[in-house]
Design a protein around this ligand. Structure first.
Ligand SMILES: [Zn+2]
Length: 264
């Protein structure tokens, strides 16, 4: 039931924004990139065994990523959804990206698991169905999900079918395909650079990705719940390595998009 409720609330949100999504076309050259440091303010995100907060790690990496992108793609305008310790709702994050007409949206997070030894990086793009159980759990945590029951119970099959078809339409768009491509390029570059466990490119119903009208991915850069990774993630040189790897992935994505556009 909980999965269904999470799926439904994502669908409802998507339904509100799908009209914009369908007419979005990817320019062959990136002009505006929005980087979203996960969490902020009262929303600390995950907290490591030594007290490191996810919100501080994501902001530090996002700031370094902005510099890394501007170094390698000087013609790109990089916009952060937050530059300090401020709370921003999940909806507002993609609303910012839509407002500045971003060509890419990239949300940065750090992972957490009950199993202390869990480690590695994983990159997500949006789908209604999660790739696996871990992905489903993670989306529920990152979505800050409290199961929502509407007054009429929201169990009408017709309504569910309609919403599913809206999401299906969205996943058929070029933008959705490009989200997958972006996830793969960023992930490959990141795994190569950090040499940590490769947990793969996955799909899950993340609300923060659902409102984006441009290619959008969510990167889990490591497990803050793992004491060793918590220390690594706090280190400046490691954050720089992550930032440069993600920037490299974006660069490779742009090359691929330009190549496809040229061939067409
Ligand atoms: Zn997070």
């Amino acid at each position: 039931m909980r999965h269904l409720l999470i799926g439904l609330s994502v669908l409802l949100f998507v339904a509100a924004t799908v009209a914009d999504a369908t007419d979005s076309t990817q320019a062959s050259t990136l002009k505006v990139i929005v980087i979203d440091p996960g969490h902020g303010g009262e929303d600390t995100g995950a907290i490591g065994p030594n007290g490191t907060t996810e919100k501080s790690i994501t902001l530090q990496i996002a700031l370094r990523l902005k510099d890394a992108i501007e170094d390698r793609l000087p013609y790109v305008n990089v916009v952060l959804t937050r530059t300090d310790d401020t709370y921003i709702s999940l909806k507002e994050r993609t609303a910012i990206a839509n407002r500045v007409r971003a060509d890419l949206f990239l949300s940065i997070h750090a992972n957490a698991a009950y199993r202390r030894g869990a480690s590695g990086v994983e990159t997500f793009f949006l789908s209604l169905e999660a790739s696996d159980n871990d992905a489903r759990m993670l989306a529920a945590i990152e979505n800050n999900m409290v199961p929502i029951e509407s007054e009429d119970g929201m169990d009408s099959k017709k309504e569910v079918d309609e919403l599913t078809s809206i999401l299906w339409d969205l996943t058929q768009t070029e933008t959705h395909h490009e989200s997958q491509l972006l996830a793969e390029f960023v992930h490959t570059s990141l795994v190569e650079a950090v040499k940590e466990e490769n947990r793969g490119v996955k799909q899950a119903p993340f609300i923060v990705l659902a409102g984006a009208t441009m290619p959008a991915v969510l990167v889990e850069v490591g497990f803050i719940s793992n004491p060793e990774e918590e220390i690594r993630l706090s280190r400046k040189d490691y954050q720089e390595r992550i930032a440069h790897a993600i920037a490299g992935g974006i660069l490779n994505f742009e090359k691929e998009i330009s190549r496809i556009a040229y061939e067409e």
